[in-house]
Design a protein around this ligand. Structure first.
Ligand code: FES
Length: 74
């Protein structure tokens, strides 16, 4: 997969995740966490989306962006 990253207003940040959907929404109902800490991707670059796999680090270095995951903590 080849992705060109551009930091500019009006440019899509989601290159290829579930593009057939009008809006990608994931819901998580949390009453008890199975694992103490779970990280959810907010950069749209994770290979394990919706979970963070650390790909935001490469994205941030390439673009000067500062995105990071949503952390669910117990
Ligand atoms: Fe996207 Fe970590 S991989 S926030």
């Amino acid at each position: 997969r080849s992705v060109v990253l551009v930091k500019a207003e009006g440019v899509s940040i989601n290159p290829d995740i579930r593009k057939s959907e009008d809006k990608v929404v994931d819901s998580v109902v949390v009453t008890e966490l199975a694992k103490p800490n779970t990280a959810y991707c907010r950069c749209w670059r994770s290979g394990t989306f919706p979970l963070c796999d650390g790909s935001h680090v490469k994205h941030n270095k390439a673009t000067g962006d500062n995105v990071g995951p949503l952390l669910l903590k117990k």
